[in-house]
Each structure stands twice: as structure tokens, then as C-alpha cells.
Design a protein around this ligand. Structure first.
Ligand code: SF4
Length: 346
């Protein structure tokens, strides 16, 4: 019988949750009461990209269900070791846009800072699963170089904090960085790209809220939820605190085969996001990263899904279908037939 574990409302220090995450397939399967006989050989895939899942995220999975949509995002599979034509280690060729260590300058008005090398969770489809994070972790001195770079480039009005995951960084370091950035007059916004609050909602603690409330910069947070089951009360409460602190909340998802590639799953995701004060922003087609080909949903199915969403939801709940392409100065929107598009203006 399949049962869903109810997430508790007890809070636990986020750093403790980071350090007690599941890091072994065996212990995760045992906890979820899934017999190992249901699961094929995974060892090489786990070696190539280790398993990491915080307990709060595991608590949202259904026990006994090998096909749980949250479990499928984190479970290493033998399919990952296949060598598939067109799937490469650096599909977006980000390393060529890396002018100084820890900084990617792909877009004219904004830069992306790789704040740390770690993530709270390891997502099997991640386009940065082969990124050499160990070469891009930044020291205090290197952070000063990044701040100088932003200060000298007056075209830059927004800094995107990414990683790894920027919210694995502690509040003291974040506060120091934000204070330095707000001294740069042409800088208007700071944006966090993060999945940590989805997998450890306690990360949105009072100290962090205070830091965001006090800065002159406009703050955006782009969350990364792929399925409605990721949104529970604890997460919704954390989002409410951010909203009350004036943070704009958006979401980007990846369209993933067997996880969210049905109209029902995407409609439920958009509705749940809005209940949690978040607007759906992007629905990404999978980046062709080596090891993730089994998650791919082709473009025509993506277009058809968006067409269905346009007839089922108000326009503000329909994410933009996009693809990231190497050397493009923005994400590439995937156009939907004009006839259907006109239905979104309601
Ligand atoms: S949290 Fe984001 S960066 Fe980290 S593994 Fe998942 S998708 Fe990749």
C-alpha cells in the first residue's frame, strides 16, 4: 500500500538538515520501504554524481512507490551511464563565458555569480552536474574581484546569485555580499536562483528575512519546483514570509519525462505555486547534458502541453516554454501557434 508521509510543522535548524541528508541509495530505499529487488543496478551512476536528498524533501515522497515523481528526480539510474549522441558535459558552454573565477557574464545587463559549490539536493537532470565547481568556489579575495567587475561594468543592473545553490551559503557571508553590492550605484536588483527552500523550507530563517528586508536592492527569488507534491505547508509559510519582506517570487521548472509531462501535473503545479504566492515563470526544455537523456520530453509535446495550459488556466499561471542555447544572449522562447496564444490574454 502506498502512503504519504505528512510533513511535520516542527522546525529544525537548516544546517542540521543539510548535514543529515540522505547520501546513500540503500538507506533512502530502506526508509521509503522500497524493496531493492524493484530497483536495477545503480552503482556507477551514483559514483558519477552522488545521491543527496534532505529529509524534508524525502518526507514529501510516497512510501513504497518507486515511481514517486519526487523520488525519480533524485534516484541514480543505470540509464545515466549511457553514451547518447548530442548529450554532452557542458551543453550551454558556460565555461567560455567565465571571465573571472566564480562569475558568468552571458547576458548584457546581468551577471551570474557562482557563490558556492554545493547544493542541498542533487537533481539527476541538472545541466551543471559536470560543472567543475571545485575550480569555481570563491574566496573572500575573489569575491572582491567580482564586486570590482560589477562596479566597473555600468551595463550590469542585476546580479544573479547561483551555484551550486546560493542559499547553502550562510547568512553572514550573504549579508556581507549584499552590503557590498548595494554600494554599486548602477545595480538595481539581486536575484537568487535556488532550490534550497523547496527541499529545506527552514532555510528561510528570521536572520535571512532581516537581511533581505534591509537592503535597498530589489530582491527576486526564482524557486525551482517541478511538481505540486513539492509544495507543502512549511514551504508555503516560508514563501509568505519572503513575500511579506517584499521579495518577488517566481518559479522555473524543467519539463521532465515521467514526472511533470502531463497537463494534469502542470496545471496542479501552477495552481499550487500560486497558492504559495509564487508565479510560474519558465518551463525549460531539458538541456542535453550527459546522463540525463531519459528525462527528455520533445519540443512538440512541450508546445502541446502549453497549448492545453492556455485553455485551462489564466495567462498569469502559464509558464513560458523556453530552451537555453549556448552563446545566445537570452533564453530562447518556444513559440506556440498564434491562434492558441491569443487565448492567454485573459
Ligand atoms: S539544486 Fe539546481 S543546481 Fe543543484 S543539482 Fe538541483 S538543479 Fe542542479
Amino acid at each position: 500500500m502506498i502512503t504519504r508521509t505528512i510533513a511535520t510543522c516542527q522546525t529544525e535548524d537548516w544546517q542540521n538538515q543539510l548535514s543529515t541528508a540522505f547520501t546513500s541509495v540503500n538507506s533512502l530505499l530502506e526508509h521509503l520501504q522500497i524493496p531493492k529487488s524493484q530497483y536495477p543496478e545503480w552503482i556507477q551512476a551514483e559514483k558519477d554524481f552522488p545521491l543527496r536528498v534532505p529529509r524534508a524533501f524525502v518526507n514529501k515522497m510516497s512510501k513504497g512507490d518507486i515511481n514517486d515523481p519526487l523520488l525519480k528526480q533524485v534516484l541514480p539510474l543505470p540509464l545515466e551511464t549511457l553514451d547518447i549522441d548530442g548529450y554532452v558535459e557542458d551543453p550551454l558552454q558556460e565555461l567560455t563565458a567565465n571571465p573571472i573565477k566564480g562569475l558568468l557574464h552571458k547576458y548584457r545587463s546581468r551577471v551570474l555569480v557562482i557563490l558556492g559549490s554545493a547544493c542541498a539536493i542533487h537533481c539527476r537532470y541538472c545541466f551543471r552536474r559536470h560543472f567543475p565547481y571545485q575550480d569555481n568556489g570563491i574566496s573572500t579575495k575573489e569575491m572582491s574581484l567580482i564586486i570590482d567587475y560589477v562596479g566597473q561594468n555600468t551595463d550590469i543592473n542585476e546580479v544573479i546569485l547561483s551555484g551550486g545553490d546560493p542559499l547553502v551559503t550562510n547568512n553572514t557571508r550573504l549579508s556581507r555580499l549584499i552590503k557590498a553590492l548595494e554600494q554599486i550605484p548602477h545595480l538595481r536588483r539581486i536575484r537568487f536562483h535556488t532550490r534550497t527552500p523547496v527541499v529545506i523550507p527552514e532555510r528561510i530563517d528570521k536572520e535571512f528575512i532581516d537581511i533581505l528586508s534591509q537592503t535597498r536592492l530589489q530582491v527576486l527569488m526564482v524557486l525551482h519546483c517541478n511538481h505540486a507534491h513539492e509544495i507543502d505547508d512549511l514551504f508555503t509559510n516560508a514563501m509568505a514570509q519572503l513575500k511579506n519582506a517584499g521579495v518577488t517570487l517566481l518559479n522555473q521548472s524543467v519539463l521532465l519525462k515521467g514526472i511533470n509531462d502531463t497537463p494534469e501535473a502542470l496545471i496542479e503545479l501552477s495552481e499550487s505555486l500560486f497558492t504559495a504566492h509564487i508565479l510560474p515563470y519558465y518551463l525549460h526544455l531539458l538541456d542535453p547534458v550527459a546522463g540525463a537523456s531519459h528525462f527528455d520530453v520533445n519540443e512538440s509535446i512541450g508546445k502541446s502541453l502549453i497549448t492545453t495550459l492556455l485553455s485551462a488556466l489564466p495567462g498569469y499561471l502559464v509558464p513560458k516554454l523556453v530552451r537555453e542555447e549556448a552563446h545566445r544572449t537570452s533564453k530562447t522562447p518556444i513559440s506556440i501557434l498564434t491562434e492558441e496564444s491569443s487565448q492567454s490574454c485573459n
